[in-house]
Ligand binder design. Structure first.
Ligand code: IPD
Ligand code: CA
Ligand code: CA
Length: 259
């Protein structure tokens, strides 16, 4: 039942994404110059929440655009109606619906759906990760110097030691390919699918990471913060890898080791 509702909710959100993609829609700004929200974000979020409420009226919801609906249930749906809104607004087909279900503080089920590529990622705690119903696994790369990485940059720059550009520079100066797709949920799923060996970012929110986190872990990968602490969707810094390059990535990110 939970899985059926999750899939239906992700599909309902994706239908709204496709309805507005490359068409006319209103755009407004949130905090930060390029932190956009479009009519499609609101429409997708509304469609997703309607599906959930229909089956689980008492479940809690934490959604990017409408915030938190606290209720008594031990289930919480963590929703990003469009992850990759800037891509969406520019007609770039790298954006998705991302939904993670938290139960008693743990993410237990997750869906990320990019309808443009028809890629539906799903994971359930202890039961593996899937792309369009086929099991996926992280890559086997064992050396960071040979890795293909992906990252993202926040809407407002973080000026701190080992900040986003410093780390980017550290890898790029050694010739390591570091991609920047513009959707953290897709970045995480592509680590899970073995396309990337690692992903890091400095300022994610729960709706960016909740689903992708479980999908990476269930695909055999590892997710922590940037210094190797246990991951929580409620803190901002994320390192997700195939597990094999994780410790080396932490050393390079924290400038404890030269690549
Ligand atoms: C953003 C994307 C982007 C990441 C930003 C997020 P949004 O989410 O995931 O890749 O770099 O930190 O805020 O605004 O498109 O939902
Ligand atoms: Ca997001
Ligand atoms: Ca969003």
């Amino acid at each position: 039942m939970l899985k059926t509702t999750l899939i239906a909710a992700a599909e309902a959100g994706a239908a709204e994404i496709l309805r507005f993609f490359n068409k006319e829609f209103t755009i407004s700004n949130k905090e930060g110059v390029n932190n956009l929200v479009t009519e499609a974000d609101h429409a997708a979020e509304k469609a997703i929440i309607a599906v959930i409420k229909n089956t689980y009226p008492d479940h809690q919801i934490l959604a990017e655009e409408s915030g938190e609906m606290k209720q008594s249930s031990s289930y919480k749906w963590i929703i990003d109606p469009i992850d990759g809104t800037v891509n969406f607004a520019h007609g770039i087909p790298l954006n998705c619906v991302s939904i993670g279900i938290e139960h008693e503080g743990e993410i237990v089920m997750a869906a990320v759906f990019n309808p443009h590529l028809n890629e539906f990622y799903f994971a359930e705690k202890g039961k593996g990760a899937f792309l369009n119903d086929k099991p996926i696994r992280v890559s086997d790369e064992t050396q960071a110097i040979k890795a293909c990485l992906v990252t993202g940059f926040p809407y407002t720059y973080i000026n701190e030691p080992n900040g986003p550009l410093e780390i980017f520079q550290r890898f790029v100066r050694k010739g390591v390919p570091v991609r920047r797709l513009g959707s953290a949920a897709i970045d995480l799923c592509w680590v899970a699918a073995g396309r990337f060996d690692g992903f890091y970012e400095h300022k994610l929110e729960p709706w960016d990471s909740a689903a992708g986190y479980l999908i990476v872990e269930e695909a055999g990968g590892k997710v922590t913060d940037l210094i190797g602490n246990k991951f929580s969707v409620y803190q901002h810094k994320v390192l997700a890898t195939n597990g094999k390059i994780h410790d080396e990535m932490i050393d390079v990110i924290n400038n404890n080791k030269e690549l």
